[in-house]
Design a protein around this ligand. Structure first.
Ligand SMILES: [Zn+2]
Length: 148
């Protein structure tokens, strides 16, 4: 996990939200509820919602500002960069190499894609904040943080 990005996004999530006491249902910009004195406060993101923690705020900021990575497409492109565009299998001349690999060994293709995804994530090129359901390009996130 890219901790630097995580840190910046968490800071951003704090900046974009206001501490909120759910019990008294009021904003507490000072970080302590003026009515009940609680500092165990939720985060309020105007126009979106109120919830504990910042993970949901980060998800919202990213989904608003960025397109997630199409992993199928990205993996396919990376494979296209690795191998010749066409290949010959027996009498099949100029067969699309990527299509051939997918069709001849679909299980192998999926395994290779899974390996590639973990490699890209470990390498810090892509990052997920929902256990791999959605990935974002780290460079896109950096750009978004700069913008904001
Ligand atoms: Zn309160």
């Amino acid at each position: 996990m890219n901790t630097e990005i995580q840190k910046k996004l968490t800071e951003l999530a704090y900046k974009k939200t206001i501490p909120f006491c759910y019990g008294d249902y009021i904003e507490c910009p000072k970080g302590v509820c003026p009515k009940c004195g609680s500092d165990d406060l939720m985060r309020f993101l105007p126009g979106v919602g109120v919830e504990y923690g910042t993970a949901w705020v980060i998800k919202h900021i990213l989904s608003e500002g960025l397109a997630s990575v199409d992993l199928d497409e990205a993996f396919e492109n990376s494979m296209r960069d690795c191998y010749p565009e066409t290949t010959t299998i027996g009498f099949l001349k100029d067969y699309d190499t990527v299509n051939a690999m997918k069709e001849l060994d679909p299980v192998g293709w999926r395994c290779a894609q899974a390996d590639w995804e973990s490699f890209e994530a470990n390498d810090g090129n892509i990052i997920s904040f929902d256990n791999g359901a959605t990935y974002y390009q780290v460079s896109d996130i950096e750009g978004l943080i700069e913008e904001i």
